[in-house]
Ligand binder design. Structure first.
Ligand code: FES
Length: 108
């Protein structure tokens, strides 16, 4: 059965408000999103439309917009909030301790 690992991925100071950042955990590409209000979320950094890096796009409110064709994904839920993508992207639990961002990822 798959377990989860809580991994330190970045410093909070490295992620600007309303900013995106790509990190990799065990080869898993993750897009960190820091909302203007300060909350941090983590979704897959692979657009479900054509495998483009979402972290190269823009954060608009709670939505990441893909730089390629403009699909939008809600960073809290991973759900599609703008076409052409139809499939959601994975989300990962985030916690922040002493200025360090941790993401929980599945582990074999
Ligand atoms: S690759 Fe992201 S919208 Fe097409």
């Amino acid at each position: 059965m798959a377990t989860k690992a809580r991994c330190a991925v970045a410093k909070l100071a490295d992620l600007e408000p309303a900013g995106l950042k790509r990190v990799e955990v065990g080869g898993l590409p993750i897009c960190l999103a820091r909302l203007a209000g300060g909350d941090v979320f983590a979704i897959s950094d692979v657009c479900s439309h054509e495998e483009i890096e979402l972290s190269e796009g823009d954060l608009d409110g709670e939505d990441v917009e893909c730089p390629e064709h403009g699909s939008r994904f809600n960073v809290r839920t991973g759900e599609v909030s703008g076409l052409p993508a139809e499939e959601p992207v994975a989300t990962y639990p985030v916690s922040v301790t002493d200025g360090e961002i941790f993401v929980e990822v599945p582990q074999e």
